[in-house]
Write a protein that binds this ligand. Structure first.
Ligand SMILES: Nc1ncnc2c1ncn2[C@@H]1O[C@H](COP(=O)(O)OP(=O)(O)OP(=O)(O)O)[C@@H](O)[C@H]1O
Ligand SMILES: [Mg+2]
Length: 274
């Protein structure tokens, strides 16, 4: 079984990396806010948004763009132990494993300060991007704050905000040293742009023309602008088309998409119940 739908389906597979970056208004806005916050003397920056809004994706792009100019460390996975955090940080900053373990904040800072004294790199701030920061234990966050106080490091904390748990209300996120930037879920027009660009990037623009306003409305309604769920749903939708094209070609149109298929795909992905 192999047809155009096989190829289109794969466009919506989740991949890491910055390929296929779509400049939706919200991502461009958040991108510029983050870049400008990183240039200000703020010590800690909080970047938050609902799951699937595109935070990790944007962080990858920020890392790629920034590392041409400054030293950037990106930790996509959270750390639970001080020891692992500082050993890993050492590894990323110096591109080699520490000779002896750097198990604490104090030992790390001692080594780092010696290094900048010898190399007179004091003005060069290291930017550290932390993803899934809501999972770091409070004692490690405390150490991170101390690091930021030294002004040798600048941190961007990325946290995923769910409706139940408002991270901004947590004690250590309340202080004034934070600048906070939100990445909202996609609007209806951003969702359209997303689908359009993804198809255009892979030379399938004619398949974008099959979508109607009704289709977009339903997709937005079903996913609430969560791009991860949208990817899942579209993957499933094209998987259905792939099957129909081979087995029941008379049931699908080549010019439009029946909402019935979008609903079937939503059931297939578990986004709605049958
Ligand atoms: N600007 C963008 N351009 C293209 N694709 C995007 C963009 N933003 C997000 N995506 C797509 O949406 C998917 C989900 O985004 P991402 O993993 O960044 O969400 P998240 O906000 O980090 O979610 P969580 O809070 O659950 O970690 C990505 O894998 C990617 O396919
Ligand atoms: Mg993420």
């Amino acid at each position: 079984m192999n047809n155009n739908y096989t190829l289109i389906k794969d466009i919506f597979l989740e991949r890491d990396g910055v390929g296929d970056f779509v400049s939706m208004d919200k991502s461009t806005l958040a991108y510029h806010k983050i870049i400008s916050a990183l240039q200000k003397p703020l010590k800690l920056i909080l970047f938050y948004g609902k799951p699937g809004s595109g935070k990790t994706f944007l962080l990858n792009k920020i890392k790629n763009d920034l590392e041409k100019k400054v030293k950037v460390v990106f930790f996509p996975q959270p750390f639970f132990e001080e020891k692992e955090f500082f050993n890993e940080l050492y590894f990323h900053i110096f591109d080699k494993k520490p000779k002896k373990n750097v198990d604490t904040y104090e030992s790390f800072m001692r080594i780092y300060k010696d290094y900048i004294n010898v190399n007179s790199k004091s003005l060069e701030q290291v930017v550290i991007l932390l993803d899934e920061a809501q999972l770091y234990p409070p004692n490690l966050i405390e150490k991170i704050r101390l690091m930021a106080d030294s002004r040798l490091f600048k941190f961007l904390f990325t946290v995923h905000k769910t409706d139940e748990e408002d991270v901004l209300a947590k004690d250590y996120f309340k202080t004034r040293i934070w600048s906070s930037i939100e990445l909202p879920n996609s609007t209806l027009s951003e969702l359209k742009l997303y689908i359009e660009k993804k198809l255009v990037y892979h030379n399938f623009y004619q398949y974008f023309l099959m979508y109607s306003e009704d289709n977009f409305n339903l997709l937005h309604y079903l996913t609430d602008g969560n791009l991860r769920n949208l990817n899942k749903l579209l993957y499933k939708l094209y998987e259905l088309f792939e099957y129909y094209e081979v087995n029941k070609p008379t049931e699908i149109s080549t010019t439009n998409i029946n909402n019935k298929f979008i609903e079937m795909a939503a059931i297939g992905t578990g986004i709605i119940d049958a």
